[in-house]
Design a protein around this ligand. Structure first.
Ligand SMILES: *Cc1c(COP(=O)(O)O)cnc(C)c1O
Length: 462
């Protein structure tokens, strides 16, 4: 079929809306949503037709539009994360402790003393409680909580270095997922990036030579999703602090992952917020939903005079946290304050001994055994993810299920109920049990069985 003819054969939006299934879809999902979904699907098919692809039947077009519209109407779908990636950005990063999620729901479904002092009735600050907790936990002179880590970096650069130069080591000009790139954030803040040293080696002397009266800040960035290995050097925080003090410019440290303290069992080169402050960083910035194990948030800690400049900057208002983030973050920080970090899901998953994960893997393999042979326990490695602890892998256990077409099986699992995300290798799919809590095991087993039913084994393997 010629492309122009294929395009002509596509039904109109109105015809589809008027059809019986179209009308029913409008009743269930609302006409504006169905109409837009049909338009989107037709646009896609028109583009495909231009490339010579025959258009599908009208029912098929409506089915696709219905899927698009109902996906939007139903909203987020909870999933079982069997990838073994603990801070999976695509799956929402840190799962909250129940107590924090409930505090967020309570605060959001009613009213709360978000920005009012109950004792006086006067206007308060929404982040005052979380900031007090952060100061208590890290010894910081002052603290500020904003919407996310990227907002914290943007705000710090805009408030302290707009129109001035900011020195960054070339080896730390990172990009992390979701379009966070240091040069772009720098540009948006109005500060001018000055790259110092080379990709693999930067020395304190390089920074010394780059300092000038136009320098507004020195920025150190934790390369949170990669490692430079081999012939490398980067100035220590202490080196930068010494240079900054001498030149009278603040040293900002984008920590990324949000480790409050150094805990045993973590890589020694993972920086902790309290140590960075102790070593003289003027501001440290980190995320709430990475290793901290809380909701999305950006925590900025450091010298009171600098924090106040950030607080007064107009961007601070534009990147403030909402009531649910506040409520959840307070609960998570309070858990740290009473030394209850290990109650947090992220830390439970990070610290669980492999033998304990093995028990869940064995239970899953056994639950599957009645249905299929070849579901077996395998040793695997979990990762922290979310741009934290790059290269750090945690010994774990999973269940491997051999299937003829692993990517197709993974797709069926994603679309199943409950939806399951797993790993794929050449032989089959692997479910890492480190990120699957005990109470989800029956659901996971059921989802796997359903997905397998759609997978016909070829004769030679049957
Ligand atoms: C994750 C990360 C950010 C961005 O934090 P978000 O909370 O995702 O906005 C910034 N810098 C570093 C080094 C990071 O790892």
């Amino acid at each position: 079929m010629r492309a122009s003819e294929a395009r002509r054969r596509l039904p109109s939006v109105d015809a589809l809306l008027r059809s019986e299934p179209g009308r029913r879809a409008c009743e269930v999902l609302g006409r504006p949503l169905v109409k837009l979904a049909i338009r989107e699907v037709l646009d896609e098919l028109r583009a495909a037709a231009a490339g010579g692809v025959d258009p599908p039947a009208a029912d098929d077009i409506l089915a696709r539009a219905f899927q698009l519209a109902s996906g939007a109407a139903n909203g987020l779908v909870p999933v079982i994360n069997a990838t073994g990636v603990i801070l999976h950005t695509g799956l929402g990063r840190a799962p909250l402790p129940k107590e924090a999620a409930e505090a967020a729901a309570r605060a959001a479904t009613g009213y709360a003393d978000l920005e009012v002092e109950r004792a006086t009735g006067r206007r308060g600050r929404r982040t005052a409680r979380a900031e007090l907790l952060l100061r208590a936990l890290t010894g910081a002179e002052a603290a500020l909580v904003v919407n996310n880590g990227a907002a914290g970096v943007l705000l710090a650069l805009a408030a302290l270095a707009k129109g001035k130069q900011v020195l960054v080591s070339r080896g730390e000009l990172i990009e992390i997922g979701g379009e966070f790139r240091i040069p772009d954030i720098m540009g948006a803040s109005g500060a001018k990036l000055v790259e110092v040293g080379t990709t693999n080696r930067t020395r304190p002397a390089d920074f010394r030579n780059a300092l000038s009266p136009r320098t507004g800040a020195i920025l150190k960035v934790h390369p949170s999703n990669y490692r430079v290995v081999g012939f490398t050097a980067t100035p220590s925080l202490a080196d930068l602090v010494a240079l900054g003090r001498k030149a009278g410019v603040p040293v900002l440290y984008d920590l990324g992952s949000g480790l409050l303290h150094r805990y045993p069992g973590l890589p020694a080169d993972e920086p902790a917020a309290d140590e960075a402050l102790e070593q003289g960083a003027d501001l440290v910035i980190f995320s709430g939903d990475k290793l901290l194990g809380g909701p999305q948030a950006g925590c900025v800690l450091g010298r009171a005079e600098l924090v106040e400049r950030l607080r007064r900057h107009p961007i601070a208002r534009a990147v403030r946290v909402d009531v649910m983030q506040v409520a959840a973050l307070e609960r998570v920080l309070a858990a740290y304050a009473r030394d209850g970090r290990t109650e947090l899901p992220v830390w439970r998953m990070l610290r669980e001994p492999p033998e304990s994960v093995h028990r869940r893997a064995a239970a899953l393999a056994e639950a599957l055994d009645g249905e299929l042979e070849g579901a077996h326990v395998v040793a695997c490695r979990s990762t922290v993810g979310g741009g934290s602890l790059p290269g750090h892998e945690i010994p774990s256990y999973g269940v491997e299920v051999r299937v003829p077409d692993p990517p197709a099986m993974a797709a069926r699992l994603r679309m199943g109920r409950p939806s399951v995300f797993c790993r794929v290798d050449e032989r089959g799919v692997v479910f890492d049990l480190r990120t699957v809590p005990e109470e989800r095991l029956p659901d996971l087993a059921r989802a796997i069985q359903y997905a397998l039913e759609g997978d016909e084994l070829p004769d030679e393997e049957a």
